[in-house]
Every structure is written in C-alpha cells, then in structure tokens.
Design a binder for this molecule. Sequence first.
Ligand SMILES: [Zn+2]
Length: 174
Amino acid sequence: MPERGLLLDRDGTLTVEGGYLDDPADLVAVPGGREAVAAAAAEGWRIAVVTNQSAVARGLVSRERLDELHAHLAELFPAVEAIYDCPHHPDDGCDCRKPRPGMPRAAMADLGLDPAHTTMVGDHLTDCEAARAAGAAGILVSSGHGARHAADAEAAGFPVVADLPAAIDRVLAG
Ligand SMILES: [Zn+2]
C-alpha cells in the first residue's frame, strides 16, 4: 500500500492564528486538533507540517526561536514526523514559499509519500495551490484566515471545511 500523507499548515490550521508568534507558550492547538492528528496517525497516515515563516526574514522571529517554537509544536503533536518551514521573504523568490511546491515535494520525498494519496490542509488558497502544484490534493479550512479565501478556493475546485478536525474526518473517510 502506498504511503498516505497529511501535510498541515501551522498558523490558523494546526494552531490558533496569532500573528507573528515569538513565545512558544503562545503556540496553541486548534480545538480538537491534537485528537484529530492522533487519530489520523493511528490510521496509518504520515504527517508533516509545511509552513511559511517570513517572520524570520522580516527580523520578527530569530531562526533559533523558530526552532524552539517548532520543538514545542512537536511536543503538542507527537505524530508530526517533520516540520518544513520557509524562512524567506515573499520578495526573495525562493522555491519553498507556498504556493510554490518546494516544501510539499520535499515532505513527500522524505517520507516516501504517494502524491495521489497525500492531502495538504491549510487556511490560505496558497496552501491548496502548493499542494496541487506538487501533485497532491488540497483542502481549505475556514479557521484562521480561511474564511476570506473560501470563495476563491471553491472556485478553484478545492473543498472547504470548517477546521482541521473536519478536514481530517474528510480525508479519513476517503
Ligand atoms: Zn523559502
């Protein structure tokens, strides 16, 4: 059986949207998120986080602090196997910042995931676009910034659900 994957955005999807976070204590799981991620892992889904963190390039969060934040994230979500972040500025033209497919591709390669059995969940249309560009599926959540991207996501053919637990329910239901 091919490896099935869930690629999860961080802010507004996995954790409560809080702007440019600096304190690991401010990184809080969305309601029901920890249970949903654990349930997916128990069903055999491989899970990684894929997040744009331009706060690093903007000088708002240091690389060291971002690593601390993500160590805390890994404690909150023990089923998460890897965390990919793009620290670059939108103007840098890097290959990793979503909607570019660099991070989803890297995650799928590293975890041996089949793109046809991998779904990216995020609260921005760019999350879904990055997934599609990498050959995977995308689901938009209305949490975080998602409500304002819902119409565009639907127009582009992406499912829109309320939040991460709803997205994972949909993925697990096949
Ligand atoms: Zn980048």
